[in-house]
Design a protein around this ligand. Structure first.
Ligand code: 5GP
Length: 295
């Protein structure tokens, strides 16, 4: 189940997304740092406007908008008024879909390389992920109390999730990793390229996945792990892209349900890019193409 948790600092989720993208590109920002008078009655200020962000490195105020056209017109009028009263001010109204272009203009972000698909939007923010991983950790700690489980991760997309998850669990456990690749010309056939080091015979095994898409990889790996005769075998996945499922292995722990889009960040890549995003976002590319390249 996807939790809708947003940083309480921000009035709107898109502001929180914008802040995270600014953080990722190393751009300093202040949230609502100043209010500007827009209407006077004589000497008395009767109306003020507070832009959402100030980016000190660019000396730029930004007002984000995802609003209806009528409200955008009203905001634009206010911004024009601020400019009239403060001719030196650098202030922009930014539509959500445009902020990547702005980043590129100032030399930041992925838009410069036209071949690279751009980040479309934040799906799960840093805080939201931390909260959900904490919940999963607590559930796993309760369920595996006294069982000394082995958590098995599949490299490489899972490394951020695994690192955070184990630090949110409070029971003794072991961790092991395996690695898989796909046969050329057959994206559904998996081969193991890194074996496990721990003997799973009689152990309680929790397989940890970054994302379950068609379920083919998981299906193959569960068969493989079952052949090691574990005492129990369950699955924990950070993301569940249900819409594309071909086989239906049981997922005991799910972080978030993901939309049918190609997602990156928090360990997940697109041709090795974007793993270091601290949040999970979606790419504006054909999901099928991207999924084939990511493995
Ligand atoms: P499945 O076998 O379930 O179709 O695919 C699972 C694997 O495909 C995942 O472990 C991951 O490596 C890759 N994958 C599937 N969907 C996505 C996605 O949206 N983003 C990324 N980065 N990888 C994906």
């Amino acid at each position: 189940m996807a939790l809708k948790v947003h940083d309480p600092l921000f009035a709107h989720p898109s502001e929180s997304e914008f802040a995270q993208i600014l953080d990722f590109y190393g751009i300093e920002w202040d949230y609502e740092p100043a209010s500007f008078p827009t209407e006077y009655d004589g000497e008395r200020v009767v109306e003020m406007f507070t832009p959402d962000f100030y980016l000190p490195q660019m000396d730029l105020y930004i007002e984000l908008t995802t609003l209806k056209q009528s409200l955008i017109t009203r905001k634009n009028r206010k911004l024009r008024r601020i400019r009239e009263l403060n001719p030196d001010i650098n202030i922009r109204l930014l539509y959500r879909r445009d902020f990547h272009r702005l980043m590129a203009k100032f030399g930041f972000g992925p838009l410069g390389a036209s071949e690279t698909p751009v980040l479309d939007r934040v799906l799960f923010g840093t805080g939201q992920i931390a909260i959900r991983v904490g919940e999963l950790g607590r559930e796993i700690s309760t369920d595996y109390d006294g069982k000394d489980p082995v958590l098995v991760g599949v490299l490489r997309g899972v490394f951020c999730f695994m690192a955070d998850l184990i630090r949110q669990t409070s029971v003794p456990m072991s961790v092991d990793f395996m690695s898989v690749s796909y046969y050329e010309h057959d994206e559904t056939t998996v081969k193991i390229t890194k074996e496990l080091d721990i003997d799973l015979e009689g152990r309680h095994v929790l397989m940890v996945e970054d994302i379950v898409d068609t379920g083919m990889t998981l299906n193959y790996l569960l068969e493989y792990l079952r052949s090691k005769n574990p005492a129990s075998l369950e699955v924990c996945t950070l993301l569940d892209k249900k819409a594309r499922r071909l086989t239906d292995p049981e997922l005991k722990y799910v972080g978030f349900e993901a939309p049918d889009e190609f997602v990156v960040g928090y360990g997940l890549d697109y041709i090795e890019e974007y793993r270091n995003l601290p949040f999970i976002g979606s790419l504006r590319v054909d999901a099928g193409d991207a999924a084939n390249k990511a493995k």
